[in-house]
Write a protein that binds this ligand. Structure first.
Ligand code: UTP
Length: 291
C-alpha cells in the first residue's frame, strides 16, 4: 500500500527566469490551474491523501494556494458565485498537505532526502512538481500497480524519439515485458547512438526507504548537486529497480517551449476554448511567416 507522496518543488527554476525570480515555477498556470495542483490531483486520484511538498524560499505561494482564503470565499458567497466558491474551497481539502523546506538547493536527491522523517519505513510515491502527465489512468496509480507486483523501486519512463535521447536521463536493462524493464543502467543525456534504449525517466517514482541509504552513499554529481538518478544507479546494484513505460503524455513545464506547448494542448482539450482557440490558432498560423 502506498499511502504517502512527496512532491519536490524547491528548485530554482533557472530555465524559466525571470518569471521564477520571486514565484515558484510550480505555480505557473496551465490556463487557470497551477501546475502543482494538477500534480496533487494525480496523487489524490491514485488514492494518496498524505502529501509532503518539499518547499523553499520564494515558494510560499504554494502553501497559500492549498490553504483556505476565507475573505475570498466570503466574497464569492456574497456574490452567489457558488461554483467558483466550491472550486476554491475544494483546493484546501484535496489532501493532507505537509511542507518541509529544503534549506539549500542541492539537487533532487537532496530534496528527497528531506522526506525521510515523514515517510519513515514505508515506500512512497514521488511526483516532480514541475511535470504533469495527461493519462486515462493516473501515472502514479500505474506505478503503484507495478510496485505491487514486483515490490521494488519503480520508475516511470516514456518513449522518446531516438534522435532526442541526448536531452534526457535514459535507462537500460533487461526487458521483462512490453512495458517493464529490470533496470541495470542509467545514463544522463547520452550521445545519440550511445543510449542503451529510448526510454527516458519521466518524473514519477515509487521509492522504497532504501533510497535514503543510497542517497547517503551517493557522491555529489552534476552541478555539484545530489542527483536522484545517481542514487538510483547505486541502488540498482543492490536491489531490483523496475521501469514502467507510461500510458500517457508527459509535459515538463520547467522549460519555456514545453510550457507553451502544454498550454496550447490543454486549451484545445477544454470544451469552452477548443473551438474558438482552434480557429484562432489556424488564423495565426495562416498569417504568420517564420524567417
Ligand atoms: P528540475 O531540475 O527540473 O528543477 O527539478 P530546477 O532545478 O528548478 O530547474 P532549472 O534547471 O533550474 O530550471 C525537478 C523538480 O525537482 C525540484 C524542482 O522544484 C522541480 O519541481 N527540485 C529540484 C527540488 O525540490 N530541489 C532541488 O534541489 C532541485
Amino acid at each position: 500500500m502506498i499511502k504517502k507522496a512527496v512532491i519536490p518543488a524547491a528548485g530554482l527554476g533557472t530555465r524559466f527566469l525571470p518569471a521564477t525570480k520571486a514565484q515558484p515555477k510550480e505555480m505557473l498556470p496551465i490556463i487557470d490551474t497551477p501546475v502543482i495542483q494538477y500534480v496533487v490531483q494525480e496523487a489524490v486520484d491514485s488514492g494518496i491523501e498524505d502529501i509532503l511538498i518539499i518547499s523553499g524560499r520564494t515558494k510560499r505561494a504554494i502553501e497559500d494556494h492549498f490553504d483556505r482564503n476565507t475573505e475570498l470565499e466570503e466574497r464569492l458567497m456574497n456574490e452567489e458565485k457558488e461554483m467558483l466558491f466550491n472550486e476554491i474551497r475544494h483546493i484546501a481539502d484535496m489532501a493532507h498537505i505537509h511542507y518541509v523546506r529544503q534549506k539549500e538547493i542541492l539537487g533532487l536527491g537532496d530534496a528527497i532526502y528531506y522526506a525521510r522523517f515523514h515517510t519513515g519505513n514505508e515506500p512512497f510515491a514521488v511526483l516532480l512538481g514541475d511535470t504533469i502527465i495527461n493519462s486515462v489512468i493516473p501515472v502514479t496509480q500505474q506505478l503503484i500497480d507495478v510496485y505491487e507486483q514486483y515490490q521494488a523501486t519503480t520508475l516511470a519512463v516514456e518513449v522518446v524519439p531516438e534522435d532526442k535521447v541526448s536531452r534526457y536521463g535514459i535507462i537500460g536493462g533487461e526487458k521483462l515485458d512490453d512495458q517493464t524493464v529490470d533496470v541495470k543502467e542509467f545514463v544522463e543525456k547520452p550521445a545519440v547512438g550511445e543510449a542503451p534504449s529510448n526510454l527516458a525517466i519521466a518524473g514519477r517514482y515509487i521509492l522504497t526507504p532504501e533510497i535514503f541509504n543510497a542517497l547517503e552513499q551517493t557522491p555529489k554529481g552534476k552541478n555539484n548537486e545530489l542527483q536522484l538518478t545517481d542514487a538510483l544507479m547505486l541502488l540498482s546494484r543492490k536491489e531490483k529497480v523496475i521501469s514502467h513505460t507510461i500510458n500517457g503524455k508527459r509535459y515538463d513545464i520547467g522549460n519555456k517551449l514545453d510550457y507553451l506547448k502544454t498550454t496550447v494542448e490543454y486549451a484545445l482539450r477544454r470544451k469552452e476554448f477548443a473551438e474558438p482557440f482552434y480557429e484562432f490558432l489556424k488564423e495565426v498560423v495562416e498569417n504568420t511567416k517564420i524567417d
